[in-house]
Design a protein around this ligand. Structure first.
Ligand code: SF4
Length: 335
């Protein structure tokens, strides 16, 4: 069906086993990505947003273990596939872009070689055809003098141009899903804007779905269609982007929005931390993880983890229980 989700993640739980104990980074996250949409994953650092996507791709760092859940993509559960099939899907049907292109690109190879290698790894085409495709990709991501720039090394490019190369590599095999993990964080504001505009344009022109991971609500407001707010390894709120900004239904989201002085301000500054600290994921609280920082916390919040209330617009907060008090600034969730 046309509107079937392209990716469906259910009850994902991921932990890191360290000398200090089990860090419960993701604790039962579920979400869907629909065809052609850009989904934003937002939260402070340690909220679980990147670990959620790295779990889906099975690219966890040492000590990481997926404990439960499923991630269905084009009929396959990515969490159950053998390594070879999964490696073929990554970089082919699923493209990935990371924050720092300098650490992802090989400094000893020309950028052209790196794009051509990716194409040859996944497609049965001649070297000439791969080179022609590389030029096409550089033109697609608007690298000027595409054919000539294939011969450049990564250090000969600016940060923004290197990120364009990474996007070209991620798009090399026409992925259906692109996962972009903080793709503009290392760039200055003007270049950030250009890269975001490019991603949005490519998403629309190529009909791709995109998951954009960011700590920046300005980025979310600018390009995403729907948002997932994460905190303490859980989804706290999810809604279409305009609805989330106009009618936030979770005290954590309200705190995030209050921490950004003006979303039309073009500085895209980092989120000012909400007073207090995120929970210690070695010993996550049994109730709402936001309770120690929440101005509306009740006894029940400390004792019992709230479920997600609502359907189209969801919030994990006891304030949406039928018997809870009404609180100014916390909007009702849409059924
Ligand atoms: Fe605050 Fe309670 Fe809602 Fe958590 S469940 S956000 S502590 S009101």
């Amino acid at each position: 069906m046309e509107n079937e989700p392209i990716l469906s993640v259910r009850d994902l739980a991921t932990s890191f086993f360290t000398r200090r104990g089990e860090v419960q980074a993701v604790r039962g996250v579920s979400f869907e990505v629909r065809p052609g949409e850009m989904l934003g994953l937002v939260g402070e650092s340690g909220s679980g947003k990147s670990i959620t996507c790295m779990s889906v791709l099975r690219l966890l760092k040492a000590g990481g273990k997926i404990k439960a859940g499923s991630a269905h993509f084009e009929g396959n559960d990515l969490l159950a596939l053998d390594e070879e099939t999964l490696a073929n899907l990554r970089g082919n049907r699923i493209g990935v872009i990371f924050q720092d292109p300098m650490t992802s690109l090989n400094p000893t190879l020309t950028v052209g070689e790196q794009v051509i290698e990716t194409i040859l790894r996944h497609r049965q085409v001649s070297r000439d055809a791969a080179r022609a495709r590389a030029i096409e990709l550089f033109e697609l991501v608007r690298i000027p003098s595409a054919a000539a720039r294939l011969k450049s090394y990564p250090h000969e490019f600016s940060g923004g141009m290197r990120q364009r190369v990474m996007i070209a590599i991620a798009l090399a095999c026409d992925p259906k899903l692109l996962i972009a993990d903080e793709p503009t964080t290392a760039l200055d504001v003007t270049i950030q804007r250009q890269i975001l505009a490019l991603l949005k344009d490519l998403q629309q022109r190529l009909g791709m779905s995109v998951i954009l991971i960011t700590h920046d609500l300005g980025v979310i407001a600018e390009v995403t269609d729907r948002v997932l707010v994460l905190y303490g390894g859980l989804v706290m709120e999810t809604a279409p982007v305009r609805e989330l900004f106009a009618r936030p239904a979770h005290p954590y989201t309200v705190g995030l929005l209050d921490a950004v002085p003006d979303l039309r301000d073009d500085t895209h500054r980092r989120l000012t931390p909400i007073p207090g600290s995120p929970p210690d994921m070695l010993k996550p609280p049994p109730g709402c993880p936001f309770a120690p920082r929440c101005p509306h916390a009740m006894r029940k919040c400390v004792d019992e983890r709230p479920p997600l209330f609502g359907t189209l617009h969801q919030a994990r907060c006891w304030l949406h229980h039928a018997e809870a008090p009404k609180v100014d600034g916390i909007h009702e969730v849409a059924a």
